[in-house]
Design a protein around this ligand. Structure first.
Ligand code: ZN
Ligand code: ZN
Length: 241
């Protein structure tokens, strides 16, 4: 766990045979109004909570959980985290919030075969991913939270309701699983994914000035080369049809 910048903390995912997403804690710790971006895989709740505490952050200061998207490796330990902070709100893009509220977990597991395997592996009940969402995001919001301003950008393609959070003056991008380090991008074969939308989302992100890239997995990058996202989009464009 490390401090990336003032008001931005990084907790590395602890991958097992299934990856565990990174967690970012955003907001000025003095504000008592912190947000967690993504939580991680089922079973990783305690690891994430202990990691947050090691940063010197009180869990009670965490007022909301914002999901970049709701794949199992990002939302799997939500119930574990909410046992500790039951009053924290859940913010999700509407297109993934509505299925969550209905208990439609196709977008969580991504594919049927995976669902059966995970339910067995983790002892998950059939309604394990039915949640009330406190704020449904659309994209285009400007969030003033924790003494910082973050823009919400809807970037579908890897999942239906994927979002990025962008801090324009610090040039920090949190894109979920849409774009990673090393010119990699998220997969586009799961439920709700769409290659053409993913291409458009990559080009949408390519218009942003990004200095610090904080993806859902693998390395985080400080001092991102200019036009990194555009180069990544161009490289992948032939496959995204
Ligand atoms: Zn994902
Ligand atoms: Zn992921």
């Amino acid at each position: 766990m490390t401090k990336v910048n003032e008001g931005v903390f990084f907790i590395q995912g602890q991958d097992e045979f299934i990856p565990d997403s990174h967690v970012y804690v955003i907001g000025d710790p003095g504000s008592n109004d912190l947000s967690i971006v993504d939580v991680g895989l089922t079973g990783k709740g305690n690891y994430k909570i202990q990691s947050i505490k090691k940063l010197g952050i009180e869990m009670e200061a965490v007022k909301r959980i914002i999901m970049t998207h709701t794949h199992l490796d990002h939302i799997g330990c939500l119930s574990e985290i909410r046992k500790v902070i039951p009053n924290a709100e859940l913010w999700v893009h509407r297109l993934e919030a509505e299925p969550l509220e209905k208990g439609d977990d196709r977008g969580v597991y991504g594919m049927n075969e995976f669902k059966g395997m995970c339910q067995m592996q983790y002892g998950l009940k059939s309604d394990a991913f039915k949640f009330k969402v406190d704020k449904k995001l659309e994209g285009g919001e400007s969030l003033d939270i924790g003494g910082m301003n973050w823009e919400v950008i809807h970037i579908p393609g890897h999942s239906m309701g994927g979002i990025a959070l962008y801090h324009s003056s610090l040039k920090i991008l949190i894109p979920g699983d849409v774009v990673y380090a090393d010119y990699a991008i998220g997969r586009y074969d799961l439920h709700g994914a769409n290659a053409d939308q993913l291409k458009k989302s990559l080009y949408r992100l390519a218009d942003l000035e990004v200095d610090i890239l904080l993806p859902g997995h693998n390395q985080i990058v400080k001092g991102l080369p200019p036009d990194y996202v555009r180069k990544t989009a161009k490289m992948w464009e032939p496959y995204l049809v």
